[in-house]
Design a binder for this molecule. Structure first.
Ligand SMILES: Nc1ncnc2c1ncn2[C@@H]1O[C@H](COP(=O)(O)OP(=O)(O)OP(=O)(O)O)[C@@H](O)[C@H]1O
Length: 453
């Protein structure tokens, strides 16, 4: 239940108590009205008292019975009462936030573009494609975990989202957990730090993680050197014993993940590891053609341009797509009859595509965004909600996720320590905007083209 809902419930309860006339108006105004309903969990209402005087007034037999009957009137169910001090309640807040963050990762909003239908199969990725598709269609998981490893930009995230999209459509009752490992690590570390007076935050997060049928972890390399590996290990074992399917992506073979405990590496090796490599020429061309679908009215593009792009940029499909986007973007500005080889070479030479995302840093993205919008770092880190600033922040968040898979927490730090939940909702909005808002997409493409510095 949202905090606002508790506030509403408590308002009604207090009004009932006041009407009951058991407390005189001075006692009610000075002490009772200062109480709050913190949460209702497992049939218990946690009521926050500001001072010991309030507690003593409330915890008499009649006081408790009045509270219970007023709560019953509002909730239509019996609850027991537990009083907690303001101080203890403030310690519980991080725990509740943590539960919400973990809950947010049980996502159902996978990138709609990243489906099996939109994934072009070729020799370079056939095994990975088949492994991901078959784990969705077969109830008995033959290979567990499935590890997909390969260089950046070759479709690993696309395949994880394709699993999510497929299950959402074909088996909607399935519980799917998806996370960049950076986000998962930050949740686990926070759970380990969180003081918790009713139960154990780590156990609570663990039980949320374990309660899934599919557990998809993107870029597992971020787990290296992290003290959260211990907790991850127990979650992993529990998931396997419950026959949950685990699919993990990584930029290197599991045996090369030297910052992971050897018992984790040996478990990863015990399933199916499949390599995904750069697409061969025909696959690259097919990817380009797929991406062109729906853009035919905006521009015509010559076949030899597609050959040129497929030869030059197939090391990383992001670059392949980026080069095509750049041509389309410039074609909308210059309106050529057709995109021919001269046009393509001129544009791509003028604004070269960033050669490898591994050279890219979050600072570079920040610099490119501020340059594109004509802003300073102070502007985008600040609090102003001016439209231009909001747009710039959203482009920054989107690119930091898409190109670098940065954790929400790290992106928030770059934006003047904004909360990770703000960043996460802004990213979710951006994922929708990129498909629906031409201006937003153009801004993203333009900033990408500036990333060559
Ligand atoms: N075979 C393919 N068919 C269609 N699109 C593809 C294919 N391979 C990659 N892409 C596209 O390339 C882009 C980059 O892919 P993705 O983000 O999945 O790469 P990645 O391997 O997860 O990279 P990283 O290791 O950097 O996270 C996405 O837009 C994805 O849709």
């Amino acid at each position: 239940m949202e905090p606002q809902a508790y506030k509403e419930i408590w308002k009604q309860v207090l009004s009932d108590i006041q009407k009951a006339g058991y407390y005189d108006s001075e006692t009610f105004d000075s002490w009772i009205s200062k109480t709050e309903l913190f949460k209702i969990e497992d049939g218990t209402a946690f009521i926050v008292y500001p001072t010991m005087i309030t507690l003593n007034i409330l915890k008499t037999e009649q006081g408790i019975s009045l509270l219970r009957s007023s709560l019953y009137e509002v909730l239509k169910e019996e609850v027991s009462i537990q009083f907690i001090s303001k101080q203890d309640a403030s310690k519980l807040i991080p725990e509740i936030k943590l539960q919400q963050r973990t809950q947010n990762l049980m996502r159902t909003d996978f990138n709609e573009e990243y489906t099996f239908e939109n994934f072009i199969e070729g020799n370079s990725n056939a095994e990975a494609y088949a492994a991901c598709l078959s784990c969705c269609t077969q109830k008995k998981h033959l290979f567990n975990p499935i590890m997909i490893y390969g260089n950046s930009g070759l479709g690993k995230t696309h395949l994880l989202h394709a699993i999510g999209n497929y299950l959402k459509k074909e088996r909607p009752e399935t519980k799917v957990f998806y996370s960049y490992s950076g986000d998962l690590v930050s949740i686990l570390l926070d759970a380990m730090k969180t003081k918790n007076i009713h139960g154990n935050a780590v156990d609570q997060v663990k039980s949320q993680l374990i309660d899934n049928d599919y557990f998809l972890i993107d870029d597992i390399q971020n787990l290296q050197q992290s003290s959260s590996q211990e907790v991850f290990f127990t979650v992993y074992n529990e998931l396997i014993s419950r026959n949950a399917q685990i699919v993990i992506t990584s930029d290197m073979h599991p045996s090369e993940l030297s910052g992971l405990q050897s018992r984790l590496i040996s478990r990863f090796n015990s399933g199916l590891s499949v390599n995904i490599v750069k697409p061969e020429f025909d696959t690259s061309k097919a990817i380009l053609k797929k991406k062109l679908e729906g853009n035919e009215e905006i521009c015509q593009i010559n076949e030899d341009v597609l050959d040129y792009l497929a030869h030059k940029f197939s090391n990383d499909v992001r670059n392949l797509e980026g080069s095509l986007n750049k041509l389309i973007f410039n074609a909308t500005l210059e309106n050529p009859d057709v995109i021919d080889l001269d046009f393509a070479q001129r544009i791509l030479m003028k604004e070269p595509i960033v050669s490898s995302t591994s050279e890219l840093t979050i600072k570079k993205i920040k610099k490119a965004v501020t340059r594109f919008y004509g802003l300073t770092y102070k502007d985008i880190e600040g609090k102003s909600r001016q439209k231009k600033l909001m747009n710039a922040r959203q482009v920054f968040i989107y690119l930091s996720r898409e190109l670098l898979h940065k954790a929400y927490v790290s992106i928030g730090q770059e934006l003047g320590n904004r909360d990770h939940t703000t960043i996460s909702s802004s990213y979710d909005r951006a994922v929708k905007l990129i498909q629906t808002d031409k201006n937003f997409k153009m801004a993203v493409d333009k900033v990408k083209s500036l990333l060559e510095d």
